[in-house]
Each structure stands twice: as C-alpha cells, then as structure tokens.
Design a protein around this ligand. Structure first.
Ligand SMILES: *Cc1c(COP(=O)(O)O)cnc(C)c1O
Length: 431
C-alpha cells in the first residue's frame, strides 16, 4: 500500500496536501511517506515470520538519515556498499551488528572501518578481496566475519543494467568455484566463515527467479552448514515494484484511486515461493530489499516552467532534470506523472501527447516521451511517482544545478530532511 491519493482534487501524501509542500519548499523536491515505507517493511516482516529472519535495508536505494532512522527504529538491519553508507547508518542510530557489507571494490580504509565497527558480515565477491580482508583483519589483530557471494546464474528477466545473477556479470562467485574458495577461507587465520549470500538483480517482477536461485544454492548451504557451521543465508533484494499501472495507458485517466498497491507481485506470492525451501535449510535468512521498501514511498514534485510547441511535438519543460532523477535516462524507466491539482490541469477531455523534459542540455534529459496527459499549462505542479528509490541518491550537480530538497511526511505533518542546495554549495569544496 502506498499513501499518495487524491482528495478534493489535490494529490495528498498521507494527510498532507502536496500543493502546500511545493509552496513552502519550492520545486524540485522529493517527498517521502513514512507510513508507506513502514507499511512495506511490516508486510515483508510479517510474510517472513515463519523464518528466523532479518530485513537488511539496501541503503543505496535511499540513504537519507531520516529514512534510515525510520527503518532502524522498526528493527531493520542494513545492507551497505561503502564506508560512507556505514557512516550514515551509524549516524542514524543503526546497529552495526545488523549490517552486511557488500560490493565488489571495497577499499582498505572501508574494510578497516567496517572491522572497527564490527559489522555482521563482509559479503565477499572475489578471492583477491578475501585475501585483502584476511590481511587487514590480521594487521588489526581481529577476525573478519565473511560470507561469499554466490552467483547462481539465473536470468531474473530484468533490465540488463540491473541484472546481477548471471555468469555474465561482475558480481559474485560461480557455483562451481564456491566450494574451493570457502576451503581457502577456512584456512585463513583472520577470517571467520559466517554465511553465504546472493543477489540476482533488481526490479524483478515475478517470484519464480528467486525460487530457482534458492533451489540452486540450497545444496551449497547444506554443505557449508555441515562443514563450517554457517549461520545465515542472505537471499539478496531485487523485489520489483509497480511503476506503471495497467489501468493508466489509454484509459484517459491519469490517476486512479484504486492503484494503491505497490508491488509487482504480492508479498504473499514472494513468501509463498521462498519460505518453504528456506525453512528446511534451518539457518537465519537475511533479505536485502531496497526499492521494494522505499520506491513507491516517494515522489518528485516539479513545476512546468514552459510549454513549447513545434511542428512535431509539444514539450512541457519542467524544473526537475535528469540530474535530479536519472532513471528514465539511464534505464529507460517508466515513471507515472500526474498533475497534483486535478481541478486545474486534468479533465478527462483534452488528452494530448506530450514530452515531459528537463532543462539540462542533453537530449536524454526527459521524464516521459509522447505521454498521454491532460492539457498542461505553464505553472502546473506535477508529481513524478515512484521516485523514492534510486532517485535522490543518484542526483548530481550536472549543469551546476543545486541538488533538490527532500521532505518526509508523517500523518498531517511534513519536515524538511534535506535542504535544497544553494549556488554557494556548488563551489564549497573547490580550492
Ligand atoms: C542493490 C542491491 C540490493 C537492493 O536491490 P533492490 O533492487 O533495490 O532491492 C540488495 N543487495 C545487494 C547486494 C545489492 O547490490
């Protein structure tokens, strides 16, 4: 369930009118719903209740401290991919003992820091990395808890840039190599084998690939449990969300009160596919959702700055750009875009096709092409939906555009959780 709904012609986030947020904070601004994020967390937690489990939120999806704090308070652990993310998690009150450290290129400084903070596991992606971790832990006279990331070689049927579990990818260690590398790890004096990990990709829209991957890895888990007494299996993240509702296209309706479901497949289907095989393994199960928890918990508010008509096209040029939200440019992603005030912009008549583009000097700077929209005018306020994950975290200062602000809604209140940058901020670190 997400909490963005029309009420009296205005789009609300929980009990907050998004018009008010735009008036007070300006645009472009990201707005997140605490209720939505916590609802997603609670549903997944309940679905996994038959297992000894821990939800480790993938921080890279949205790393604002206020979001991390919400999830830490709900009991979440964290999947981190850098020292900076660990630093943020600690600042948000997260428990390092519930943190797993992933990523193919951990630096010596990051490994040292994570050892000092006593993360629960280093998820190791190569033999070279394993050697380094062993050496660094030795120098610090400690032992590093490790899990190897196994690449189960399944096709998750998702965009090639976000597919990670096939043998073509840089991620993980092949199934037929994994036993040998665990044997090496077992001989190392400064590492302790604690688990095994996998992650097959992102925005996966069916439960089946998860079940196939678990099927392939299960025999390995049994063997590792016998040999080394591993304590956990992490099945990774990657559960997909709904970006485009079936109702929308061609129906002449730009938003539908009924589309409040967030997930590409139901949490029950996911749990139904993975819980029974995992239960038999009798180890702790970690899951690492990012997008699933926060994706449909956020929108990007933007104003239409100009309308431009050419012989070929009508363009709505908005004040957000690809530097604020790069997903359409990077992954050809679809985001629903809706007018915040239905009264001013949307009637079922007046549908027209329009390109919704940003001000950045790149042809790739668009949010939607040939999108059927109600007639748009200068000054209209739009919400780019499903922008809670891989939105702000991928924002840049390209074209010397200050980073947008971020706000968090709880009930009928909203708070600024990150100020919009100023022009001075753009040069602050230059020497
Ligand atoms: C990115 C990532 C995740 C989260 O992916 P989502 O698709 O956002 O759920 C989880 N685990 C690892 C190792 C990742 O790299």
């Amino acid at each position: 369930m997400h909490s963005f709904r029309y009420r009296d012609g205005h789009l609300y986030c929980e009990d907050v009118d998004l018009v008010h947020v735009a008036e007070q904070l300006g645009t472009p601004t990201y707005v997140y719903s605490a209720e939505t994020i916590l609802d997603h967390y609670a549903r997944l937690d309940a679905a996994l209740a038959p297992l000894d489990h821990l939800i480790c939120y993938a921080v890279k999806a949205n790393s604002n401290r206020a979001i991390l704090k919400l999830l830490a308070n709900a009991g979440a652990g964290f999947d981190i991919v850098s020292g900076g993310e660990l630093y943020r998690v600690l600042a948000a009150g997260g428990d390092p003992a519930k943190c797993t450290f992933a990523g193919v290129g951990k630096s010596p400084e990051e490994i040292e820091y994570a050892l000092e903070q006593r993360v629960c596991s280093f998820n190791v992606e190569s033999e070279a990395e394993l050697d380094h971790i062993d050496q660094i832990a030795g120098a610090k006279k400690t032992r590093a808890p490790i899990a190897l990331r196994v690449n189960p070689d399944v096709d998750p049927h998702t965009h090639e840039y976000i597919s990670t579990g096939s043998h073509q990818n840089k991620f993980g260690i092949a199934l037929d190599r994994i036993g040998a590398i665990y044997e090496q790890a077992a001989k190392m004096r400064n590492v302790e084998i604690v688990g095994v990990q996998m992650h097959i990709g992102s925005q996966i829209s069916e439960a089946k690939p998860f079940a196939s991957a678990i099927g392939k890895v299960a025999p390995v888990v049994r063997e590792l449990k016998l040999k080394y007494g591993i304590k956990f299996l992490s099945v990774g993240g990657g559960m997909g969300i709904i970006y485009q509702s079936a109702l929308e296209s061609g129906s002449g309706k730009w938003w539908h009160e009924h589309r409040s479901e967030s997930f590409a497949f139901s949490v029950r289907d996911y749990a139904g596919a993975i819980v029974p095989p995992l239960r038999e393994l009798d180890v702790r199960i970690l899951v690492e959702p990012g997008r699933f928890l926060v994706g449909n918990g956020g929108v990007l508010l933007t104003h239409v700055r100009y309308i431009k008509k050419t012989d070929a096209k009508k363009f709505a040029i908005v004040d957000a750009g690809m530097n604020d939200l790069i997903r359409p440019a990077l992954y050809q992603s679809y985001h629903e875009i809706v007018p915040v005030c239905r009264a001013s912009a949307a009637t079922d008549a007046g549908a027209e096709k329009v390109d919704i583009v940003g001000p950045v000097c790149e042809s790739g700077d668009f949010f939607a092409l040939d999108r059927e929209m109600p007639e748009l005018h200068e000054g209209d306020l739009l919400a780019i939906m499903s922008a809670g994950a891989y939105g702000f975290v991928m924002a840049s200062n390209y074209n010397s555009r200050p980073l947008p602000g971020e706000a968090l809604v709880r009930g009928d209140k909203f708070t600024l959780i990150r100020k919009r940058q100023t022009w001075e901020d753009l040069m602050r670190d230059e020497v």
